[in-house]
Structures are given as structure tokens and as C-alpha cells.
Design a protein around this ligand. Structure first.
Ligand code: CMC
Length: 439
């Protein structure tokens, strides 16, 4: 029973409607707008969904004003300290932390499914060798639907869990193989004695001649980066997965749509863009103020990459975690010399921006992408693999959100409305009667 209502009055017709205010377990109350059209014949306009909830969810909660992020209620800070990526996957997917036996079984099942069908190699080989690994990933993940159609009755929860496990399991292999192919290297197979993250590093860097021994600090660092990226409620790529999946498209095609959405520089592509920006700063040697001024100039399209967020109007908790980790990795790593300079530039930029009124007034803080790139670079991950790693980590979030939506008997196909501002009725004219249109 609702305890609060908002009354909306249409002054043209004089009619009013009482809209129920829904109470979440945490966060701002939400107005149920569904009676708006039924009672008043009105729709709501909200480009970019800045104030509109598109679904209910029990998976991830974030409080942008206070810089909080929780997966299934657990603060991100506790998860990065105590959990592993595979345990976090179980948590996101199943809703609770696993027992030791559940974790062992889940881990073994994921490892067992990490191989790709041999025929899939030909998909990689069909790409040009200079293809961006994200392009390969979108294509190969979409192609998985051609291999796993036996259990595609997605209304059956067992099948949904199975496709979730398959996707989580195969993503590191697809990610690593997209890199191997682009570098003319033979594909490396996953090993059952390695953890999820170790296996990814092994498939990236082992050679037939030399086994890559995953460095424990790098494994832990990548584990933390991946836990921090595992889910982030209804962001652009997750909403894309939900929208694609709402038509009952198969999960592999829906996740491929999410990967495509993640690729853009305003979303997951920002981690790559941050490093390119820091490298330009290093190479030109221009004072940092020059870039801060450019970012503030409305005539210049330049933005500080890795800064700002739709929801966080405070320090992104993930950026805080990754900044501390970045220090540790760069500090302890002998190869960190080059990257130390990038870290120094990032810290200088952050300090300058956070003192600047433009950034203060707009509450623009470093986001998750600001420090993650330096960590990845120090681990030895090439620039064009950064967004691929983001996609690999976010797969569990996407598939958990998809699973939640598909399990809801009341879910509907996504179908936003529009404010039509085009021509009114026009009658067709034969071609010889038409005037040239004004350009
Ligand atoms: N540099 C300079 N100005 C900025 C920046 C920035 N990075 N971000 C936002 N602004 C300004 C923007 O110009 C606008 O100013 P005004 O009010 O004068 O017009 C104001 O801040 C609000 O920005 P917005 O673009 O309306 O905010 P949004 O919520 O639509 O966009 C964003 C959020 C993340 C796309 C944006 O902050 C941005 O482009 N940041 C840089 C790219 C980036 O780091 N993306 C990663 C996001 S976090 C990880 C992920 O989602 O994948």
C-alpha cells in the first residue's frame, strides 16, 4: 500500500492524477508514471534517462551523492579486499556469497567451459590482422549463439544460468584470442590449474616456447580492477543488454549488443582515451593548465577523459580503490618507470581540476577509468585491450541483469516513447511537381 503520492495537474484540461511514489530499500523514491497516459493522455520526456528508472533491480546499488557502490548489498571496498573475481561473479549472479563447496563447484564449472569450439578459431581468422580487439569481441560473442542453441529456451531458469556460466567462462578466452590474433601469435588454451584471472594472463602472454608465470601482484591487481568493473546498475551498456534481451533475443546476441555500447569513449572506451590523453600531455610537455582550460572551453570538444559521471557527484569509490592500487603496482613494479610519469601527470591533473571552480561547480571527479589504464599498462596490457578487459569484467553484470529481467514474469519489451517534432500530414507529389528542398 503506497503511503505517498504526487499529484500532476494538466492545466489545459483541468484534470489531475495521483501518481504513486514507490519506496526503494535504499535511495531516492521513484514516481510510478504509468497512470499519466491512462488518466491524462500524457507521456514523459527524459532524453538520456536522467531521472527515469527503466526497471527494478536487486543487484547493484549506487549512491552518487555519497560515492557508495554495493553489489547485492556488499560494499565494493569489502569485496575488493576479501573477495575474488569468480566469487564476485557468483554473488552477482546468484544473489548471495557462496559457501566453500558452492564456490569450488562454480569455479570448476566455469573453468571447464572456458574452451572455445575449435571451429570458432575461423571467426578470428576472418578478421583483418589490424582489427580492433573490440570489433573481434562483438563479432565472436554474437557468433556464440550459432554454437549454443540447444538450451535457448530462455524462460527456463536452468538454461539462463547455463548461458551465464558459458559467457563468463568463454569471455577471457575470446578476449585473449582477439589479442593473439591481432599480434600474429598462436592461440593459447586455458588451463584447469589456473584461476580465472591467471588463465586470462596466461592466454595473453604464454608462448609455445615459454610459459608465462602470472606475477601474483599483477593477478591481484587485475582481480581488483575486474571486481570494480563487474556491475554498475543501469548504465548505457547494461540498459542496451536489457533492451536487446527484452525482445527475447538470445543472451549471446544481447551481450554482443552490450559490448558494442561499451566501446564508445563516453563509456568503456574512456580508459583507453585517458592513457592517450596522458601520453599526449607527456609528449607535448605543455603545462597541465593548458588542458584544464581546454576542457572548460565550450568551443573546444576536448574533455578531461576519466572525469565526470552521470551518477557520481562525488569521488567515484572505484576510482579511489584504483588510485591506491595504481600507486602500489607502479611502485613495486620494476617496469613502472615509464608509467610512473603517467601516474604523476594523472595526480597533477586531478589536483588541478579538483581545485578549479568549473569542476567543483559541476561536481566532476575522477571516475573508474582515470586510474585503471595505468594499472593495466603496468601489467603489460596493450592499450587497445583496455576496453576488452572492461567488457570481460562487465559480462557478469550484464548477464545477471539480463537473468533478473528474464526471470520477471511481468517484464515487457522495451519501447520508449518520443516527442515527435517532424512534419505534419503531407500528400505525396509526383517527382516532376517537386521543388528542391532547402538544405
Ligand atoms: N571534462 C570537461 N567538462 C565536463 C566533463 C569532462 N570530462 N564531463 C562533464 N563535463 C561538463 C559538461 O560539459 C557539462 O557542462 P555544462 O553544464 O556547462 O554544459 C557538465 O559537466 C555536465 O556534463 P554532461 O555531459 O551533461 O553529463 P553526463 O552525465 O551527460 O555525462 C559523462 C557523463 C561521463 C559522459 C561525461 O562526464 C564525460 O564525457 N566524461 C568523459 C568521458 C569519461 O570519462 N567517461 C567514462 C564514464 S565512467 C565509466 C563508464 O561509464 O563506462
Amino acid at each position: 500500500m503506497a503511503t505517498n503520492f504526487v499529484t500532476v495537474t494538466d492545466h489545459k484540461s483541468g484534470k489531475s492524477v495521483e501518481l504513486e511514489v514507490m519506496e526503494p530499500t535504499q535511495g531516492s523514491p521513484i514516481i510510478d508514471l504509468r497512470a499519466l497516459h491512462r488518466e491524462l493522455g500524457l507521456y514523459a520526456y527524459d532524453p538520456g534517462f536522467t531521472v527515469t528508472a527503466s526497471c527494478w533491480s536487486e543487484i547493484t546499488y549506487l549512491d552518487g551523492e555519497n560515492g557508495l557502490l554495493q553489489y547485492r548489498g556488499y560494499p565494493i571496498e569489502q569485496l575488493v579486499e576479501h573477495s575474488s573475481f569468480i566469487e564476485t561473479c557468483f554473488l552477482l549472479l546468484c544473489g548471495h556469497l557462496p559457501t566453500a563447496a558452492e564456490l569450488e563447484l562454480f569455479s570448476a564449472e566455469v573453468t571447464r567451459e572456458s574452451l572455445l569450439q575449435e571451429e570458432m578459431k575461423r571467426f578470428f581468422e576472418g578478421f583483418r590482422s589490424n582489427a580492433h580487439p573490440m570489433a573481434i569481441m562483438v563479432g565472436v560473442v554474437g557468433a556464440l549463439s550459432a554454437f549454443y542453441h540447444d538450451f535457448q529456451d530462455i524462460r527456463d531458469p536452468k538454461n539462463r544460468k547455463l548461458s551465464a556460466k558459458l559467457l563468463i567462462a568463454k569471455m577471457p578466452t575470446i578476449a585473449a584470442w582477439s589479442y593473439r590474433y591481432a599480434n600474429g601469435l598462436p592461440f593459447e588454451y586455458p588451463r584447469s590449474d589456473y584461476s580465472y584471472v591467471e588463465n586470462f594472463l596466461h592466454m595473453m602472454f604464454s608462448l609455445p616456447t615459454v610459459d608465462y608465470k602470472p606475477e601474483p601482484l599483477f593477478v591481484r591487481a587485475l582481480e581488483v580492477v575486474m571486481i570494480a568493473h563487474a556491475d554498475h546498475e543501469q548504465n548505457a551498456s547494461t540498459s542496451t543488454v536489457r533492451l536487446a534481451g527484452s525482445s527475447e533475443a538470445n543472451p549471446f546476441a544481447s551481450i554482443a549488443a552490450g559490448i558494442a555500447s561499451l566501446w564508445g569513449p563516453a563509456h568503456g572506451g574512456a580508459n583507453e582515451a585517458v592513457i592517450r590523453m596522458l601520453m599526449e600531455m607527456r609528449d607535448t610537455g605543455k603545462p597541465m593548465q593548458h588542458y584544464v582550460d581546454r576542457a572548460k572551453d565550450k568551443k573546444d570538444r576536448f574533455r578531461l577523459m576519466g572525469f565526470g559521471h552521470r551518477i557520481y557527484k562525488n569521488y567515484d569509490p572505484r576510482a579511489k580503490i584504483l588510485r591506491d592500487l595504481c600507486y602500489q603496482v607502479v611502485e613495486k613494479c620494476e617496469m613502472g618507470g615509464e608509467n610512473r610519469k603517467l601516474l604523476e601527470l594523472a595526480l597533477e591533473l586531478e589536483t588541478l581540476a579538483l581545485k578549479d571552480d568549473y569542476f567543483k561547480q559541476r561536481k566532476l571527479y575522477p571516475n573508474v577509468d582515470f586510474y585503471s589504464g595505468i594499472i593495466l599498462l603496468t601489467i603489460g596490457i596493450p592499450l587497445n585491450m583496455f576496453t576488452v578487459i572492461f567488457a570481460m569484467a562487465r559480462t557478469v553484470g550484464w548477464i545477471s541483469q539480463w537473468n533478473e529481467m528474464m526471470g520477471d514474469a511481468n517484464s515487457k519489451i522495451g519501447r520508449p516513447r518520443q516527442l515527435y517534432v517532424g512534419a505534419k500530414h503531407r500528400d505525396y507529389q509526383p517527382v516532376w511537381q517537386r521543388e528542391p528542398a532547402d538544405e
